[in-house]
Design a protein around this ligand. Structure first.
Ligand SMILES: CC(C)(COP(=O)(O)OP(=O)(O)OC[C@H]1O[C@@H](n2cnc3c(N)ncnc32)[C@H](O)[C@@H]1OP(=O)(O)O)[C@@H](O)C(=O)NCCC(=O)NCCS
Length: 162
């Protein structure tokens, strides 16, 4: 978790900019970016419209990094619990061909800044930790100033393993 009082300013490579999702006009590009980052993904334009219609979704907390070609290279959606002043980052994704250029960091910082503007005081995220196939998330969030406050350990019965 991380308090929001000392957020660094997002920095992007030339030609990239970060902005909020504008609604229906962005659905196709938003879904394409999610599917690229999370391939293979079950998310469709229809299912994403359902996400956008789900409380407490807010387009200003759904941030994208737009590339020079107009495609979305990185995305970060925050779910804001107004009562507790806490936002949860879920999910964060970057196009596999554009990783390790600071886009993930930038899109998270922009979304965290928007969360603070909306009245948020802190943020949480639940990354995989120590998983050999997913080395990036924990260092990303640590580098963003998040600190560990809880850990979930999942026990899976052998017959339930996929
Ligand atoms: C996690 C993810 C969003 C990172 O995006 P990114 O744009 O490559 O990240 P950045 O370039 O901003 O990297 C910021 C820091 O994260 C860490 N990091 C990023 N990729 C890493 C990797 N493969 N291994 C170890 N650390 C990594 C580094 O500390 C990096 O800083 P550095 O480049 O100065 O060393 C991206 O790998 C991704 O989309 N993965 C699949 C989806 C996912 O797992 N999302 C997170 C869900 S919680």
């Amino acid at each position: 978790m991380r308090a929001l009082d000392d957020l660094p300013t997002p920095e992007l490579p030339a030609g990239y900019r970060v902005r909020a999702v504008r609604g229906e006009e962005d659905v196709a590009a938003r879904v394409a970016a999610h599917r690229a980052a999370w391939w293979p993904s079950r998310v469709t334009e229809e299912s994403y419209r359902a996400v956008m219609g789900t409380w407490p979704y807010r387009p200003e907390l759904d941030r994208v990094v737009e590339g020079p070609d107009g495609r979305f290279a990185a995305t970060c959606l925050i779910w804001f619990d107004e009562r507790n002043g806490v936002g949860e980052l879920e999910p964060v994704g970057v196009d596999p061909g554009l990783r390790r250029r600071g886009l993930g960091r930038a899109v998270c910082l922009a979304a965290l800044g928007a969360l603070r503007e909306a009245g948020g005081r802190s943020a949480v995220v639940y990354p995989l930790h120590g998983h050999p196939d997913h080395p990036a998330p924990a260092p990303l969030y640590r580098g963003l100033g998040f600190r560990e406050h809880a850990r979930t350990i999942t026990f899976t019965a052998p017959e339930a393993r996929g």
